[in-house]
Design a protein around this ligand. Structure first.
Ligand code: AGP
Length: 613
């Protein structure tokens, strides 16, 4: 959460910083700020505002520091201190000499703050961040990097920050611990930011900063220390990301664009991994085939939408490979007695690769000797560093806070993994594996045909008629359970309408009491061996006066006689239906939220990456 950026170079940087912050806005958007340094020293412009980047632009006007060639910026998702201008970044030392923007949490800030207050230091915000500029100012003896190196060991928690000093306007100093920070290397200029999109239009040469390194950045050079030891230069990596990924490309929102990018995300995730003979090559798991074949137990840890993908993965792996899978939300797993150990495989699913709870759960399992694989969408993310192996989704950059294409790509990656394991375990025959491989290859095509048909428009039109409803119940069975969980999460996070999601068989054990005349109930009723059972559940809710919105497989003629509305899903085999069935539910949530006039890309109180516990 929170996006940070710093620039030092030969160009006026006001617009570079503001544009960079706009590219990072998915990380947090409750307040923002920037500060520019004058070449001769001092701050030439500093603006902070509550609200998103457009409000910062309004507050800043067309102004002032437009010739400055160094500065820092921040977009915030509040953790410590309410959303106010005083708590927005950059934060400064009491004497105004040091400016800091930070992402993350300083866990021992209460202790540090009271130590400083005992020394007479006056604080102006309620944030944890403010201790950093205050401490740096006290350590400063004419060398900002030296002062940061003094302060760093005293900071607890996980964070990334960029510091500037008014007497050294041509230099920024930054550090990180378990929060992302990347250097962008241009011709006579340097960017330092939370994520590559912040400067992707300006340079593709990047260097990842490692935990507890301190980096001093000047226009034409950078220097890295670990402790007091200066370490040699690391060669930059070149990123080949599509810079349009950070643009809406003609769609009204990022979320809608990303819904429509699902066929590409699915194709790319399959890529060259699925071979003509039905075998699957997954390079990077950190386990060879013989070791993978010996795995007897799998744990999956994840949060939110990634957790729902993990629940789908359990059905696939248990069915195709006959290996027991335990799936748990990471925030619970990390605090339970961990029974994973040597010989077990733990898969941490996190599209961002940054979710604090998932990283912590992976760490717990790794300490116990389990082999930990990160299933993530972001190369070089923290999850890839905290694991023994990596399985990448190839969904491209996802900016909408509500995950869509990364979710279906996660399910595809898990399908590939399950197919591979099924073959290694001899749970699938080669003919069976070949059939499944063909079916997997067809999924992106049927999804593409669906998205190009009139179906999405029909789902949106149906959704609009439900825009005034106060509550939705979601039901499903078997693989329909994680689909209804995910559909309900999508609706609540972007429309703010309360939802409950239950396995349909559990309905009569409590949730049925919620129903009254006209209550909307979304039922995942795709084709499969539990279809008739789901129809019985539909009868039960209709008998209580509920209105049923069924998600059904294209071509199923029976469903229309049972449901008040049908949201069609493209036809796939039952076990792959979670990819097909979740898409109409994404569109349903989207249509409903848009007809309520809401900003689906930036829902209230949320952020794309949750780097705090
Ligand atoms: C998805 O729509 C949500 N924004 C959220 O639940 C998300 O899936 C969760 O925070 C996990 O994120 P991750 O995949 O980056 O770890």
């Amino acid at each position: 959460m929170c996006g940070i950026i710093g620039y030092v170079g030969g160009r006026p940087c006001r617009e570079l910083i503001l544009t960079g912050l706009e590219r990072l806005e998915y990380r947090g958007y409750d307040s923002a700020g920037f500060a520019l340094l004058a070449e001769t020293g001092g701050v030439v412009e500093a603006v902070r505002a509550v609200g998103n980047l457009s409000q910062l632009r309004t507050a800043a006007g067309l102004n002032a520091g437009s010739s400055a060639t160094s500065g820092v910026g921040h977009t915030r998702w509040a953790t410590h201190g309410r959303v106010t201008t005083e708590n927005a970044h950059p934060h400064t030392s009491a004497d105004g000499s040091v400016l800091v923007v930070m992402n993350g949490i300083i866990e021992n800030y209460v202790e540090l703050r009271s130590e400083l207050q005992d020394l007479g230091v006056v604080f102006r915000s309620d944030t944890d961040t403010e201790v950093i500029p205050q401490m740096i100012a006290r350590e400063y003896r004419g060398d900002l990097a030296a002062a940061v190196r003094e302060v760093l060991p005293r900071l607890g928690g996980h964070f990334a920050f960029v510091a500037a000093h008014v007497d050294e306007p041509d230099r920024l100093v930054a550090s990180r611990r378990e929060c992302p920070l990347v250097l962008g290397i241009g011709d006579g200029e340097r960017f330092i930011a939370s994520a590559i999109p912040a400067f992707l239009r300006e340079t593709r040469e990047v260097m990842l900063i490692e935990d507890d390194e301190v980096i001093s950045v000047e226009a034409g050079s950078h220097t890295v220390w670990r402790g007091d030891l200066e370490i040699g230069p690391r060669p930059p990596q070149r990123v080949d990301w599509d810079e349009d990924a950070a643009e809406k490309g003609g769609y009204e929102t990022f979320m809608l664009k990303e819904i429509h990018e699902q066929p590409a995300a699915l194709w790319d995730t399959i890529g060259d991994r699925l071979k003509p003979d039905g075998s699957v090559e997954l390079i990077g798991l950190g386990l060879d085939d013989a070791a993978l074949a010996r795995v007897e137990r799998i744990h999956v840890v994840a949060c939110g939408t990634s957790y729902h993908a993990g629940l789908v993965g359990r059905y696939l792996i248990e069915d195709w490979a006959r290996v027991p899978v335990h799936v748990e939300v990471a925030s619970e797993y990390r605090y339970r007695t961990c029974l994973a150990g040597p010989g077990d495989l733990v898969i941490g699913i996190t599209q961002s690769g940054e979710t604090a709870d998932t990283l912590a759960a992976m760490r717990v399992a790794r300490e116990r000797g389990a082999h930990v694989v990160a299933l993530t969408n972001i190369m070089g993310s923290q999850a890839t560093r905290d694991s023994d192996g990596v399985l990448y989704t190839r969904a491209g950059l996802e900016i909408g806070v509500a995950a869509t294409k990364t979710h279906t790509a996660q399910i595809m990656a898990l399908s590939l993994f399950a197919l591979k394991l099924g073959r290694l375990k001899w749970a699938l025959t080669s003919a069976g594996a070949l059939d499944l491989a063909d079916e997997l290859r067809r999924v992106p095509d049927v999804v593409e045909a669906y998205l190009e048909s009139s179906a999405p428009e029909e789902v949106m039109a149906t959704a609009a008629t439900y825009a005034d409803r106060a509550f939705f119940l979601y039901l499903g069975r078997h693989v329909g359970v994680p689909v209804c969980f995910e559909g309900a999460l999508k609706l609540k996070e972007i429309s703010y309408i309360p939802t409950e999601a239950y396995p349909a068989g559990e309905m009569k054990h409590g949730p049925i009491a919620l129903l009254e005349e006209g209550s909307p109930v979304v039922v995942v009723a795709t084709d499969g061996h539990v279809f008739d059972k789901v129809v019985s559940n539909i009868q039960e809710v209709r008998a209580r006066g509920a209105r049923v919105i069924a998600v059904a497989t294209e071509g199923n003629e029976e469903i229309e006689s049972h449901a008040d509305e049908v949201l069609w899903a493209p036809r796939t085999p039952a076990l792959l239906s979670p990819i097909a069935a979740v898409i109409p539910l994404q569109i349903f949530a989207y249509g409903l939220a848009r007809s309520r006039g809401l900003n689906v890309d930036q829902p209230r109180n949320l952020a794309k990456t949750v780097t705090v516990e």
